[in-house]
Ligand binder design. Structure first.
Ligand SMILES: Nc1ncnc2c1ncn2[C@@H]1O[C@H](COP(=O)(O)OP(=O)(O)O)[C@@H](O)[C@H]1O
Ligand SMILES: [Mg+2]
Length: 402
């Protein structure tokens, strides 16, 4: 079968085969692996045990490691770090007999680039192995993934996403992905009518690569690229984590920054985007319900293993003269600092209603300056947070009818 868009190397010959190490797979899985990639890879007769895997990897220096997540998934998670320490460029592929979003996200966190269900996704395994041999570019090439997640609906997730992208777009290649599969407002907020949408992309996901992606995105006058949600909610489908992962991997290769507007939902798309984000902007407004929901999300992110250092808390719609909750109150209750504040401003509402970026309405207004400062969270790399205070941190907010 043709692999669309996979360039053949110009100098090297097509005789290349991958050197594959398989770990923890039983005889049946070995058979399925052989069926999928026997033609492209040098495969061992049997899988290595998890206990021996690190030593075998050090000796054989494989370019692809396939680990089974069926019986010993904890071991499969553990071994990833060991192998990557020795072989930073290795491609790690998780295989399993059935799909499991939690396990899949844990695998992604551990450094696996694919989670493949066999025999259904044999073709995906073949492509992963093929890609490992024929592309030099892996993670080093991937753009920064910025996930924007609202504590609850209406706090400004889309507003922050498009204006952040607007700040970056003059000098960086930026794509905004509208990951809000029920409320997608990115196209409306930028006043564009894309020909193709997220629905088209997911329909043809098996053919998605950097080239076909180019034909799917809409381009705003600010040079922001956009993959929007369809206008109507008919035939709405929510993608599974593995499909989202495939989309994100492809998009991140094409852009320096990928901004994911996840709205406020807790679904597979948002959880996957949160898991793989280089920086996660959790947006809340300074009111009890939003802050309470921000707290819930912080708890969930901790359970998912998303490091605190990758999360930034953004307080939007801050009216300094009329704050329902003060910033110190919010910080106390959330057990962490507020990293950026964006003022409440009628100009923001005007920009949204006119389908414009704030900086195109008034580049010098307070909210434009706030958005510029917020962009620093994404461009400056590491942000170190204080440790959360211990104790029952939610007493003051929850006491008030939460
Ligand atoms: N800083 C702000 N100042 C004033 N209004 C704002 C601000 N941020 C957002 N809004 C208003 O809030 C509304 C909801 O924002 P939106 O980004 O669509 O929320 P979400 O995507 O989280 O549901 C927008 O229509 C806009 O009018
Ligand atoms: Mg929105």
């Amino acid at each position: 079968m043709r692999i669309p868009g996979t360039p053949l190397p110009s100098s090297s010959s097509v005789m290349h085969t991958a050197n594959v190490l398989v770990i923890g797979a039983d005889a049946r899985s070995m058979g399925l692996i052989r069926e999928a990639i026997g033609a492209e890879a040098v495969l061992p007769n049997a899988a290595a045990a998890f206990t021996d895997a690190a030593a075998v990897a050090r000796k054989n220096r494989p370019n692809v490691v396939i680990a089974s997540f069926d019986a010993e998934h904890e071991e499969a998670l553990r071994i990833a770090a060991q192998i990557r320490a020795d072989l930073p460029k290795v491609v790690l592929v998780a295989i399993a007999r059935k799909t499991d979003p939690d396990r899949m996200r844990a695998a992604m966190r551990a450094g696996y680039s694919e989670f493949i269900v066999l025999p259904e996704d044999g073709e995906a395994l073949r492509k992963a192995v093929h890609g490992a041999v024929f592309t030099d570019a892996h993670d080093d090439d991937a753009g920064q993934m910025v996930t924007v997640w609202g504590a609850k609906g209406g706090v400004g997730s889309t507003f922050v996403s498009v204006n952040l992208a607007g700040e970056l777009s003059p000098v960086q290649r930026v794509c905004v992905l509208d990951m809000d599969f029920s409320m997608g407002d990115v196209a409306a907020m930028l006043d564009i009518e894309p020909q193709n949408t997220m629905a088209d992309v997911f329909k043809n996901l098996s053919r998605l690569d950097e080239r076909t992606l180019n034909g799917q995105v809409a381009i705003h006058s600010s040079k922001i690229h956009v993959l929007a949600q369809p206008k109507t909610l008919e035939n709405r489908e929510e993608p599974r984590s593995d499909a989202v992962m495939k989309l994100l991997t492809t998009v991140s290769k094409s852009y320096q920054y990928v901004v994911l507007d996840c709205g406020s939902r807790v679904d597979d798309a948002a959880l996957t985007a949160a898991t793989v984000a280089d920086r996660l902007l959790l947006v809340t407004t300074p009111d009890v319900l939003s802050v309470k929901n921000a707290w819930r999300r912080l708890q969930l992110l901790e359970r998912l293993g998303v490091e605190k250092s990758r999360i930034s808390l953004v307080l939007n719609r801050v009216d300094r003269k009329n704050l329902m909750l003060s910033v110190p109150d919010i910080e106390l209750n959330l057990g962490r600092r507020v990293d950026a504040q964006v003022s409440e401003d009628r100009l923001a509402m005007k920009a949204v209603n006119d389908g414009k970026l704030v900086r195109d309405v008034d580049r010098r207004c307070q909210v434009a300056r706030d958005l510029e400062a917020l962009t620093g969270l994404v461009t400056n790399g590491e942000v170190i947070h204080e440790k959360a205070p211990s104790g029952n941190i939610f007493t003051s907010i929850f006491k008030r009818g939460g």
